[in-house]
Design a protein around this ligand. Structure first.
Ligand SMILES: Nc1ncnc2c1ncn2[C@@H]1O[C@H](COP(=O)(O)OP(=O)(O)OP(=O)(O)O)[C@@H](O)[C@H]1O
Length: 370
């Protein structure tokens, strides 16, 4: 049982089921991020927690009180929207304390709460301004201030940073992370941005087509993705996923991959359960940073395999250089050191960290387990 329990929750619009049997137990103080592509159902799920969307079946409970039938204003939840939803004719101070006023909180207490929250968010010099006189980032802080001042059980964030420019988005992301570290409140946060999900969360629910594909810590999701969807959605550039064949040689499973020029290479690869796949096709997943030059290889890894292949193209990106080659008749991207000395057309000896590789069943696209 969690602090916020989502139990077997389904959502249908008419005949169309858009969320299927979602089960998540959110612990007190957790920062849970719901992430997935457009239309996967993340806003719908958040809306059901907030009480803006009726729950078709299943139940949602906070502190073990089922809230299915409870009015949004009585759920003790505060929501921060993408659009900020500030009242344009009210000052920042009035925007922040409006909810308290509605709940009959006396003026001296409201003023004290405003002062605390405005200081925390570093907007105490702006409380007399109207939203129209603020920058995007300042408006976002006011929207957060309005949520914080109410001291709710759960904070809900619906893509709060998506209206900000790239630099401000990164700054505000850090601010939100700092706030969570300080206040340790329970947060459910919706985004389609996998970097926001990785950096902010204590746990991530990766969603697709109304299903939770995987629920886990950022490290679990990144290192041991449950399926090809999760593997390729989380991480940028995406995990390379190429056809390969399992060959057990001297008792050790290997992944046999076809190189650009149609020659073949065996990569020692001892993921649990793989020996049973001897002679069969798999999908081999390798993260871009697991393919390097020999000098850049991870020294802690017990399984660095050398792979000779032709470079198709290189793309310097400042801190890294992306190098494309062909594996299994697909383009594969390696993330290399910025100063690596290679160019398109070169034959190069790559170092592949097979300790980090993942094998998927090509039919179900699920990760092969023991
Ligand atoms: N009122 C509605 N009637 C019918 N279908 C709806 C309705 N609202 C949403 N949907 C469908 O439910 C699914 C989930 O929508 P939802 O808005 O939760 O997705 P999302 O993951 O938040 O997407 P986005 O990132 O684009 O906001 C979508 O397929 C959408 O078309």
């Amino acid at each position: 049982m969690g602090f916020l329990d989502i139990r077997n929750v389904t959502k249908s619009y008419g005949q169309l089921e858009v969320l299927h049997r979602v089960d998540i137990a959110v612990e007190e103080g957790e920062f849970l991020v719901l992430v997935g592509p457009s239309g996967c159902g993340k806003s719908t799920l958040l809306g059901m927690i907030a009480g803006l969307e009726p729950i078709s079946s299943g139940e949602i409970a906070i502190k073990d009180r089922v809230i299915n039938g409870v009015h949004p204003s009585k759920r003790n939840i505060a929501m921060v929207f993408q659009s900020y939803a500030l009242y344009p004719n009210m000052t920042v101070g009035q925007n922040i304390t409006f909810g308290l006023e509605m709940h009959g909180v006396p003026k001296p207490e409201r003023e004290k709460a405003l002062l605390d929250v405005a200081k925390l968010l570093q907007i105490d010099h702006l409380t007399d301004r109207k939203p129209g006189q603020l920058s995007g980032g300042q408006r976002q802080r006011v929207a957060m201030g309005r949520a914080l001042v109410r001291d709710p059980d759960v904070f809900l964030f619906d893509e709060p940073l998506s209206n900000l420019d790239a630099k401000l988005r990164v700054d505000m992301r850090t601010e939100i992370k700092k706030l969570h570290a300080k206040l340790k409140r329970t947060i459910v946060y919706v985004t389609h941005d996998q970097i926001e999900a990785m950096t902010l969360s204590t746990r991530i629910a990766v969603m697709n087509k109304g299903y939770i594909q995987q629920l886990g810590t950022p490290k679990e999701i990144y290192d041991t993705p449950a399926n090809v969807f999760v593997a390729t959605f989380m991480g940028s550039p995406a995990m390379n996923v190429v056809p390969a064949r399992v060959v057990v040689a001297n008792g050790v499973p290997h992944a046999e991959v076809v190189l650009g020029d149609d020659s073949k290479s065996l990569l020692a690869f001892s993921q649990p359960g793989l020996a049973a796949w001897d002679g069969r096709e798999i999908l081999l997943g390798i993260r871009p940073e697991a393919i390097t030059d020999p000098e850049g290889a991870d020294r802690k890894s017990q399984n660095i395999v050398s792979l000779k292949n032709r470079v198709i193209v290189t793309e310097p990106a400042g801190s890294d250089t992306f190098v494309t080659m062909s594996l299994g008749a697909r383009d594969v991207i390696a993330r290399m050191r910025a100063d690596v000395d290679i160019a398109g057309g070169d034959d190069f000896e790559f170092a592949v960290n097979m300790e980090k590789a993942v094998a998927f069943d090509p039919k179900t696209e699920e990760r092969i387990r023991k």
